[in-house]
Design a protein around this ligand. Sequence first.
Ligand code: B12
Ligand SMILES: *[C@@H]1O[C@H](CO)[C@@H](O)[C@H](O)[C@H]1NC(C)=O
Ligand SMILES: *[C@@H]1O[C@H](CO)[C@@H](O)[C@H](O)[C@H]1NC(C)=O
Ligand SMILES: *[C@@H]1O[C@H](CO)[C@@H](O)[C@H](O)[C@H]1NC(C)=O
Ligand SMILES: *[C@@H]1O[C@H](CO)[C@@H](O)[C@H](O)[C@H]1NC(C)=O
Ligand SMILES: *[C@@H]1O[C@H](CO)[C@@H](O)[C@H](O)[C@H]1NC(C)=O
Ligand SMILES: *[C@@H]1O[C@H](CO)[C@@H](O)[C@H](O)[C@H]1NC(C)=O
Ligand SMILES: *[C@@H]1O[C@H](CO)[C@@H](O)[C@H](O)[C@H]1NC(C)=O
Length: 417
Amino acid sequence: MTRVTLQLLTLLWAMTGTSTQTRSSCSVPLAEQPLVNGIQVLMESSVVNSAFPNPSILIAMNLAGAYNLEAQKNLTFKLMDSDTADLTVGQLALTIMALTSSCHDPGKKVSILQRQMENWEPSSLNIPASSFYGPSLAILALCQKHSATTLPIAARFAKSLRANSSPFDVDTGAVVTLALTCMYNKIPIGSEEGYRALFSQVLKNTVENISMSILDNGIIGNIYSTGLAMQALSVTPEPPKKEWNCQQTMDSVLDEMKEGKFHNPMSIAQILPSLKGKTYLDVPHVSCSPGHEVQPTLPSHPSRVPTSASNITVKYTINNQLRGVELLFNETINVSVKEGSVLLVVLEEAQRKNPTFKFETTMTSWGLVVSSINNIAENVTHKTYWQFLSGKTPLNEGVADYIPFNCEHITANFTQY
Ligand code: B12
Ligand SMILES: *[C@@H]1O[C@H](CO)[C@@H](O)[C@H](O)[C@H]1NC(C)=O
Ligand SMILES: *[C@@H]1O[C@H](CO)[C@@H](O)[C@H](O)[C@H]1NC(C)=O
Ligand SMILES: *[C@@H]1O[C@H](CO)[C@@H](O)[C@H](O)[C@H]1NC(C)=O
Ligand SMILES: *[C@@H]1O[C@H](CO)[C@@H](O)[C@H](O)[C@H]1NC(C)=O
Ligand SMILES: *[C@@H]1O[C@H](CO)[C@@H](O)[C@H](O)[C@H]1NC(C)=O
Ligand SMILES: *[C@@H]1O[C@H](CO)[C@@H](O)[C@H](O)[C@H]1NC(C)=O
Ligand SMILES: *[C@@H]1O[C@H](CO)[C@@H](O)[C@H](O)[C@H]1NC(C)=O
């Protein structure tokens, strides 16, 4: 082979997609592999008893290479049967990607989603950034199925993003980047230049904002947005001005993993692709050759320390200054729970001691959300919800995962997003 062809080949290689580049420049060290296998096994084992089938788990399983083939099959069949009428556009999009990643035809689901997105528009210019999260997933799923017919839908979507003035959200920015990168890569040659300019402008902006969310230790946003943000930064055709150190981010994620931060199956589903050098853009390219069960090497000791039997005291406040003039309340209670209990136990104990603290939960892909406290319920139309804080800092986990410490002051504050 001549030198010139070799150089040409290298050039072509460099151009064939940034995911190749990531895979070589950033990976899980061999010694940490059992840790990663461990969380994958944990995620896969959640499939058996889960209240509803979670498409994000199937996507992660297929991108990573599933260990539990029976769980994979069960989940695929449950998602095939799921009734699209009960799903939001985001959930429908994840279901389509999940079935695609299992090499199953999503059938009618794609045209249903397409119809819904043709009619989609933001209710105002200042809707919260996170309202674009589900629709971004929809653009991504449609892009992977019928990129040509999705072009005008994605363009309208990109324009409403550009016009929006709400504070930036890393998780949403990451999914926006994946969706618009998919579209950008599929603009037909000779098509209107306007599309390319529009998508690259919104991508540039979004990626710049993601890059400004990179902390000194490499975490992007918070630990739970880092997985999606890594996917975004590794595919974008508009790399950020400030160079991103993928390995540093990877190492920090692995450190937090050792601390036990990834036990929620959905949190694992969102980090696993990045740990395997994969992104949601790889969904249409998963190979589904009939696999055989592989036994992964697991960590030799459990990562979560057993809890002691002594009790701790948690101060718990419920505060509604928002809804129903005659319904305003601000109540505090001290409760004693076993050390190591999750916050949900504090809420249950408070409710048992004082009926004012009664609460209700709803099941979601991330687990239980506290939907109502003392008869005041969250409402999507009003953009209200119960936000949980430790002191003045919002928690970055839900009540079924967060473990309070002794004398901590937890507040549930009814507020708007
Ligand atoms: C939008 C959003 C919200 C909205 C959801 C309502 C809405 N209609 O938009 C609001 C603002 C209400 C919200 C609230 C909270 N959220 Co939130 N949220 C998101 C976000 C950005 C997108 C979710 C989404 O649209 N998914 C797409 C659709 C298709 O999937 P879905 O399963 O139908 O989505 C539902 C669930 O995600 C659920 N949900 C949203 N947040 C949370 C958090 C928890 C703990 C649970 C159990 C469920 C849940 O609401 C969605 C709509 O119904 C994610 C980001 C992410 N990476 O997933 C964070 C995220 C899921 N939220 C998070 C957190 C921490 C919270 C709060 C606990 C924050 C707080 N301090 O109070 C609260 C929940 C408190 C409670 N009452 O129990 C974390 C969860 C991390 C973890 N390990 O648990 C994430 C990952 C953000 C982050 N990077 O930190 N959230
Ligand atoms: C698969 O589904 C069957 C029946 O629905 C159930 O008995 C079995 O436990 C499931 N297995 C897994 C691994 O989810
Ligand atoms: C991102 O950053 C730009 C400036 O770089 C800003 O104009 C824009 O509003 C930010 N927010 C979003 C959601 O992109
Ligand atoms: C709620 O009560 C706490 C302590 O009881 C107090 O510090 C706080 O200012 C009150 N908040 C409002 C909005 O009344
Ligand atoms: C909770 O306990 C602290 C001290 O442990 C005490 O000062 C406070 O008054 C108690 N609050 C309530 C509402 O019982
Ligand atoms: C310790 O906590 C448990 C709940 O976890 C509670 O039922 C029990 O009453 C507490 N014990 C004391 C002495 O407060
Ligand atoms: C939210 O509020 C609207 C109007 O105030 C009401 O019609 C609707 O039923 C509420 N939704 C839920 C789920 O409570
Ligand atoms: C609680 O919610 C109210 C109403 O949205 C808001 O004004 C207040 O700042 C919130 N408190 C905290 C500590 O976030």
